[in-house]
Design a protein around this ligand. Structure first.
Ligand code: SF4
Ligand code: ZN
Length: 304
């Protein structure tokens, strides 16, 4: 297998592009896909202050390295979830990366800030744990970005993640969830703008990028992940991709092009009626009196 661009031995074959690349040409391809997404969706520019949540996993690590390579200076934030060894190892790899490239990294400890951890929520309540974990992440990233005046929260969701989220949402025609797969969400009041620059890249590609560049990375699977719906959705989409290379890419991009503009217009009218208010406890944006994170903390504490 030879690189399509330079003829050197290839390290990856990308079926949807009918292309193979050597290490150097793959790096160029990878960075180009990110630049394309940043520009196509007007995600941010060099004047913006970027907050990059990092878990130590392949996607956030790949994005961290790619943004630095493109000349951005993202400020990395790691949220400690308290999932025993798994969380400790995640933090260790984030610190190794920050040291290796001499870049800033901040850590927020869920237990220190709110006296809860993700395993405690799982043990004491019947709330779906990945949903609870997502609520905590979204809350702390937004709160931290607001406090430190970052313009955009940049996350490492790749195209496979977004395609499986869209597929899951389409199965029940959950319009807000379908819209949330769009790679950029403008800021509104105290909700900070969000962007997903890995939208045009796959899990395999972020993995190859991380390994071929020998980046510090944490590849262990979260012990609480068993049975997550996203695993099933990804397997189903992968079998479609196997038969029709490029299926996932088209599924996403055709949605963005054709359905998203129409659905978003209707949603805007809804949003006028459902304006955000401030959470009476923490002051963060909320659809109800108490935000979903404060409700999560309250429910967990009541069950102790
Ligand atoms: Fe959180 Fe679920 Fe991911 Fe584990 S698998 S880190 S619980 S979202
Ligand atoms: Zn709150």
């Amino acid at each position: 297998m030879k690189c399509r661009k330079c003829g050197s031995p290839a390290i990856i074959h990308i079926r949807r592009h009918k292309s193979s690349f050597c290490k150097q040409c793959f790096n160029e391809y990878f960075l180009k896909q990110i630049e394309k997404a940043i520009s196509k969706f007007s995600m941010f520019d060099y004047a913006d202050s970027l907050l990059l949540p990092v878990s130590g996993g392949k996607d956030s690590v790949a994005l961290w390295h790619a943004l630095i390579s493109l000349g951005y200076t993202p400020h990395a934030l790691h949220l400690q979830l308290g999932i025993s060894k798994y969380s400790e190892n995640s933090l260790r790899e984030c610190r190794r990366f920050a040291e290796k490239f001499d870049v800033p990294l901040d850590v927020v400890f869920l237990e220190k800030e709110s006296s809860i951890t993700i395993p405690l929520i799982k043990e004491k309540t019947s709330i779906r744990i990945c949903g609870a974990c997502g609520t905590a992440k979204r809350y702390w990233y937004n709160r931290y970005a607001l406090k430190n005046k970052h313009d955009v929260i940049v996350t490492g969701h790749n195209g496979d993640d977004l395609a499986s989220q869209l597929f899951h949402a389409v199965k029940s025609w959950n319009i807000p969830s379908m819209l949330s797969t769009y790679p950029v969400r403008e800021g509104r009041g105290s909700l900070v703008k969000r962007a997903k620059p890995l939208v045009y890249l796959t899990e395999k590609e972020t993995m190859v990028y991380v390994l071929s560049n020998q980046l510090p990375v944490h590849l262990e699977e979260c012990p609480l992940a068993q049975g997550a719906w996203s695993i099933t959705e990804k397997e189903m989409l992968n079998s479609m991709e196997e038969r029709q290379p490029g299926f996932k890419y088209r599924f996403l991009t055709e949605f963005y092009k054709h359905a998203f503009p129409k659905l978003t217009n209707n949603a805007k009218q809804e949003n006028v009626r459902n304006a955000f208010q401030e959470c009476i406890q923490c002051g963060m944006p909320s659809a109800k009196e108490l935000c979903s994170y404060c409700r999560l903390v309250e429910t967990t504490n009541r069950a102790r």
